[in-house]
Ligand binder design. Sequence first.
Ligand code: HEC
Length: 267
Amino acid sequence: MIRHEQIEKNSGLMLVLTLVIISIGGLIEIVPLFFINDTIEVVKKEITETSRDANGKRVRTKREVDAIRPYTPLEQLGRNIYIREGCYACHSQQIRPMQDEYLRYGYYSLAAESQFDHPFQWGSKRTGPDLARVGGKYSNRWQSEHLKNPRSVEPKSIMPGYPYLSKNDLYYKDVKSHMKALRITGVPYSSNDEEYKANVERFGANVADLLVIDNAIENLEKQAKDGNYDPGREGISEMAALVAYLQVLGTMYQFKDDDGIEYSKFR
Ligand code: HEC
């Protein structure tokens, strides 16, 4: 038996045993990281693609692609505003797998759904409701009116108003830099042909087009124009970006009744 006194008096032995203990702790923390990809669910959806065959005839083919995609440039900048304004201080974005949660908010959140979130916005406090599936619950007009003055649509609301978001023009000249930075963290925005093709394979061509860093500005302007996220406002406001982000939350994959949980009628 080695006595503790002997270890303390022998610095070589002390060092070796300290290293052994630290390595065990280290392994416990590091090993799960190698399996992290296995813990993210595979969420697939079917898309139909049209192409031309050898005779120039149009053919439609169906295939499965990843349902959860990275945010478009506009949604990503909206997300930045969500973070800047500290919405996470009152709103969570994580539906827990418990009955009261899915009756109120919908299917519980999957790890896959926040795989491109850097930093994630799970939050830890719910002064207001969870927002993980708020996309599509209200119209764009409701969202922008609510953000300007929550009392105008929800008379007893205690949420602060953010009227200036509609007055501020969105600054988006640096959107490419944001996407490049996110790329370093593993978000598959593409900056060359090879990456673009991999995205077509993974998400389908329509989505892959939105993830091209070089086209970010045009994509952002087009989405803002087509989406009319801040109704009645000319140009692109910060509000438009934030609403574009809110409207995509939880909508990338449509959970069906046979996914096990009936929740849609409660929304
Ligand atoms: C001080 C706490 C607080 C902050 C900060 C806050 N909210 Fe809220 N939010 C609430 C409360 C309370 C409600 C419920 C009442 C209502 O609908 O206004 C709410 C409701 C909402 C809803 C409607 C949710 C639903 O399912 O009906 C949305 C969307 C929303 N907030 C978005 C935001 C965004 C975006 C921000 C940041 C710009 C934000 N909130 C900041 C407290 C807050």
